[in-house]
Design a protein around this ligand. Structure first.
Ligand code: SF4
Length: 436
């Protein structure tokens, strides 16, 4: 049987797309190759969101292309956002690439695979549950929409993933039920801007209400929420059932209203803070996480300080923090770059130091509290150590016998490393936290 090896770069949407392509190949009789050297097909799913992400993907693709000589007939496909942005120029730049399929064409992968393997019947059938690829054995992603209509000035996504398209409610429900039947307890609904989900009159809060009724599904997460579309009705739905994780990822990006305007984000710093207040009024214990971008063209030192101020006020449980880099074709790429790399890195490092301290304080303050932990996976090489996630977004380590992936247990946080909680299930005696 032919085998396929996947390398996926970038976001959770890419992970879900790789899973879907894998599924299609499995239905045609492919198996998963242990290494790229031993596989008949290599699929690289690429990211375009930052220059560094493209550089990393290109270097890996070039490495795979050079290695093709070692296995006769091996094929190399490049899919995803960079494939969309560069198209066939990518195959010209890296000889050895056999096929380039952009993120906008992922929905047509069925036809693409048939065209590539005309002699191979679609006879692999559904994958058995043991071969379902997921985030973990207990948790998986379910895309509910693709593309984005927001055109934030720095972002290449609307160009490479196209305009927003929401998936039919029934298809989403069927995908969730299939995963639950295979043992998945938690799903994360994915979209570039899930709050603007809309299909046949069903909006995102209504979709969530419907999904919460699925028996056997224990926990529901979603990402990413755009602050300008995050409504009180959505937060009301989140607060209405314990099935909804008390976590929302709400990218703030910057603290200066002038910079937010240039970014085309559609909110101000004070309206963003107002949104956090509203969320915490409904879900006082909510974990709120964010994305923050420093060094946007023309961002002054004082405006960067406004981002620091926002981070201090918002008290994010965690944040992804980046230094701006121009992406060809975006509005920001035409703006003058006024901040040199050294300054950008200095700003980034100051922000990371601040946020790391806040994250540590939030984790430390959770010590002594009761947690509801979904056990997700065994910690590598340690028999009794299990990783899980609380009802918010905190990582939890539990040392205990008798646990299994997919269990939801009550536990008490007894220690913190600043980015992981150590917890104990009542009857378990904990080993030392120093081993973290
Ligand atoms: S909302 Fe903005 S940052 Fe997010 S994907 Fe769309 S354009 Fe990019």
């Amino acid at each position: 049987m032919p085998s396929v090896y996947f390398q996926t770069f970038g976001c959770q949407m890419n992970a879900a797309d790789s899973d879907a392509v894998r599924d299609l190949l499995f239905r045609r009789g492919f198996t998963l190759g242990a290494t790229h050297d031993e596989s008949d097909l290599i699929v690289v799913n690429t990211c375009s969101v930052r220059e560094a992400a493209e550089r990393r993907a290109k270097s890996r693709i070039a490495e795979f292309a050079r290695g093709k000589k070692r296995r006769r007939g091996q094929r190399l496909w490049v899919i995803g956002c960079m494939a969309q942005r560069l198209g066939d120029a990518l195959a010209a730049e890296i000889p050895g690439v056999d096929l380039v399929v952009g993120a906008g064409q992922i929905g047509r992968m069925d036809e693409v695979i048939d065209a590539q393997f005309p002699a191979r019947p679609a006879d692999g059938g559904d994958r058995p549950p043991s071969e379902i690829f997921s985030k973990t054995a207990a948790s998986d992603f379910v895309p509910i929409m693709r593309g984005c209509d927001n055109f934030c000035a720095y972002c290449v996504v609307p160009y490479v993933r196209g305009r927003e398209q929401s998936m039919p409610y029934d298809d989403i429900e069927a995908a969730v039920k299939k995963k639950v039947d295979a043992g998945i307890k938690e799903v994360t609904f994915l979209g570039q801007n899930v709050n603007s989900y809309s299909h046949n009159g069903i909006d995102f809060p209504e979709l969530l209400r419907g999904m919460a009724r699925i028996g056997g599904l224990e926990r529901i997460r979603f990402t990413t929420s755009h602050p300008k579309d995050c409504t009180e009705r959505l937060i009301d739905v989140m607060a209405s059932s314990r099935k909804f994780a008390s976590h929302i990822h709400l990218p703030a990006q910057a603290g200066s209203d002038r910079v937010l305007g240039l970014m085309n984000r559609g909110y101000t710093s004070s309206s963003y803070v107002g949104l956090l207040d509203m969320i915490r009024k409904h879900i006082p214990y909510a974990d709120i996480t964010s994305d923050l971008l420093v060094g946007f063209p023309t961002e002054s030192g004082a405006e960067f300080r406004e981002t620091l101020e926002l981070a201090r006020e918002a008290r994010f449980t965690a944040a992804f923090m980046f230094a701006y880099s121009p992406r060809e074709g975006t509005a920001a790429a035409a703006m003058p770059e006024t901040i040199d790399r050294t300054e950008k890195m200095a700003r980034l490092s100051e922000l990371i130091d601040l946020q790391t301290g806040i994250t540590r304080e939030i984790y430390d303050s959770a010590v002594g509290t009761e947690l509801e932990v979904l056990i997700t996976e065994r910690q590598r090489k340690r028999d009794r150590a299990w990783m899980g996630q609380d009802a918010g977004c905190k990582r939890v380590l539990i040392n205990c016998d008798g646990l299994e992936s997919g269990m939801i247990i009550k536990a008490r946080a007894v220690g913190s490393s600043g980015m992981t909680l150590l917890a104990e299930k009542k009857q378990c005696f904990m080993s030392t936290f120093k081993t973290l």
